[in-house]
Design a protein around this ligand. Structure first.
Ligand code: ADP
Ligand code: MG
Ligand code: MG
Length: 208
């Protein structure tokens, strides 16, 4: 079954809840290799997103993703705000009123490419790219093998979770964590972990 505006709104609701639930955990991860604000940043951002979405009637996925993008850019701040804002802007451009499996894979690819363009990071630099890039590849593969929308999101969410775990041993070469050099190894990247929660929320919103 194709995904629609109802999915987008439910995804956003679950993402907002995940940002709340994982707030302390994400901030603790950022305390180890950053400035201990990632959980707060994300929670503040998504709380503002919920308010913004409730204030204006939401017509379609493109409009909703755009509102999310603008809100995250203005409320999250730091590195993650512009990066996630760009991801959601790309989702907005790629979204359709009815999204089939191939469209969903293309959206994840667009978001991943947007993050890479904005942050100039590639895989292996211990950033959120290490969750998004494998998620995008897995989503494309699933769509090409005939998976439905839920199957594509399952592939993406599970690859993102693996990708986030794989940041543990990486040495950061982008963002605040790069100031620590070799000492950044042995800790998970907070943005990769939160990105895996976002994609997990996308799956749960579709898998009813
Ligand atoms: P800040 O570092 O400004 O306090 P956050 O703590 O909210 O911002 O977000 C930090 C996360 O942003 C990192 O864990 C990492 O995943 C991501 N990040 C930082 N710089 C980059 C970059 N250049 N490209 C991709 N992701 C990045
Ligand atoms: Mg931080
Ligand atoms: Mg900060």
């Amino acid at each position: 079954m194709a995904l629609n505006q109802e999915w987008v709104l439910r995804w956003t609701e679950l993402a907002t809840r995940a940002a709340q639930t994982h707030r302390e955990e994400l901030t603790a991860l950022d305390r180890a290799i950053g400035d201990a604000d990632h959980g707060e940043n994300l929670d503040r951002g998504f709380t503002a997103v919920s308010e913004a979405l409730s204030q204006t009637p939401q017509e379609d996925p493109a409009q909703t993703f755009r509102t999310i993008a603008m809100t995250l850019m203005s409320k999250v701040g730091g590195a993650a705000g512009p990066l996630l804002g760009t991801a959601y802007l790309r989702l907005s451009s790629a979204a359709k009123p009815a999204m089939e499996a191939g469209d969903v894979a293309a959206m994840i690819e667009a978001a991943s490419a947007g993050i890479q363009a904005r942050g100039r990071a590639t895989e292996g630099e211990k950033t959120m790219v290490d969750a998004w890039a494998p998620a995008s590849r897995a989503a494309q593969e699933a769509a090409q093998s005939g998976a439905d929308c839920v199957g594509v999101l399952q592939a993406a969410a599970s690859a993102a979770a693996n990708g986030a775990q794989n940041t543990l041993d990486m040495v950061a070469t982008k963002g605040r964590a790069s100031y620590l050099g070799e000492r950044s190894a042995g800790h998970l990247d907070p943005g990769a972990v939160s990105s895996s929660y976002l994609l997990d929320a996308a799956l749960k919103a579709a898998d009813k």
